[in-house]
Design a protein around this ligand. Structure first.
Ligand SMILES: Cc1cc2nc3c(=O)[nH]c(=O)nc-3n(C[C@H](O)[C@H](O)[C@H](O)COP(=O)(O)OP(=O)(O)OC[C@H]3O[C@@H](n4cnc5c(N)ncnc54)[C@H](O)[C@@H]3O)c2cc1C
Length: 217
């Protein structure tokens, strides 16, 4: 990233669209960073029913995900559902992310032809649940318990690469923890971009400006 970069020029790729990934994406897109999420929809939330998410009495995991997806879509995330990330590598000034989407095109022998693509970003947030393969291939340091080594800001040993959610803990897997991890990663990215500590505080007077006609009457 050059010294003259403004938030408008900064791009973030989030790998994984479960609670951790969508939380990171919500904070980065809401605060002006170009944000893309790749997700294969294998989130554990489809098996869960939440009674332990503070502020939400009871909600099905799939219903929670539908609301979360709508929320990030409303703020302008480029959400690439069913596009799998196959590799993440460091580039001169950021990261290259390779993806593959199963195409409906079929070869003469009946095999499906996958469409591969490459994307670049200044920051990458890994949020692939308990699957840590991409972090390993990127060269992120691991702890002795085989989880990705991060601090409270969720940044890995690779500058600009973050790991969040189930991949950074051996077992303590909860939706609320993943959502917190995603927010922590995003705020650290925003602080880096803005060059000073950043927080995303809104007040009641912002409600109409932010949500417009979505505000409850
Ligand atoms: C049966 C069950 C019940 C549960 N009940 C509760 C509960 O009551 N309360 C609670 O708090 N938690 C519960 N959980 C745990 C909760 O579901 C997880 O903590 C949470 O889903 C973890 O979020 P995450 O974002 O870290 O990972 P995930 O939700 O696993 O999301 C990871 C996402 O990344 C995608 N992905 C992975 N690799 C790639 C790739 N290469 N390219 C693109 N996308 C990729 C996956 O498809 C998936 O959508 C339950 C889990 C299970 C299995």
């Amino acid at each position: 990233m050059s010294d003259e970069t403004t938030p408008d020029d900064v791009s973030v790729i989030v790998v994984g669209g479960g609670p951790a990934g969508l939380s990171a994406a919500l904070f980065t897109v809401k605060n002006g960073l170009e944000t893309t999420v790749f997700d294969t929809d294998e989130t554990w939330m489809h098996k869960a029913h939440l009674f332990n998410y503070l502020g939400v009495g009871s909600v099905g995991g799939s219903e929670f995900m539908a609301t979360a997806r709508q929320q990030v879509d409303d703020f302008g995330v480029d959400r690439r559902q069913d596009e799998a990330v196959t590799a993440v590598s460091e580039a001169d000034d950021g990261f290259v992310v390779e993806t593959s989407v199963a195409s409906e095109t079929q070869r003469a022998d009946g095999e499906a032809v996958d469409a591969d693509d490459e994307h670049e970003a200044d920051f990458v947030v890994l949020a692939t649940g308990a699957n840590r393969d991409l972090a390993d291939e990127l060269g992120c340091a691991f702890d002795d318990d085989d989880t990705v080594d991060v601090g409270v800001d969720m940044e890995t040993s690779v500058d600009g690469a973050y790991a969040t959610g189930a991949m950074v803990r051996p077992e303590e897997w909860q939706a609320a923890i993943s959502v917190g991890d995603g927010a922590a990663a995003a705020l650290n990215i925003l602080s880096t971009v803005k060059g000073e500590h950043y927080h995303d505080f809104d007040v009641p007077a912002d409600a109409e400006r932010v949500f417009g006609e979505h505000v409850a009457e």
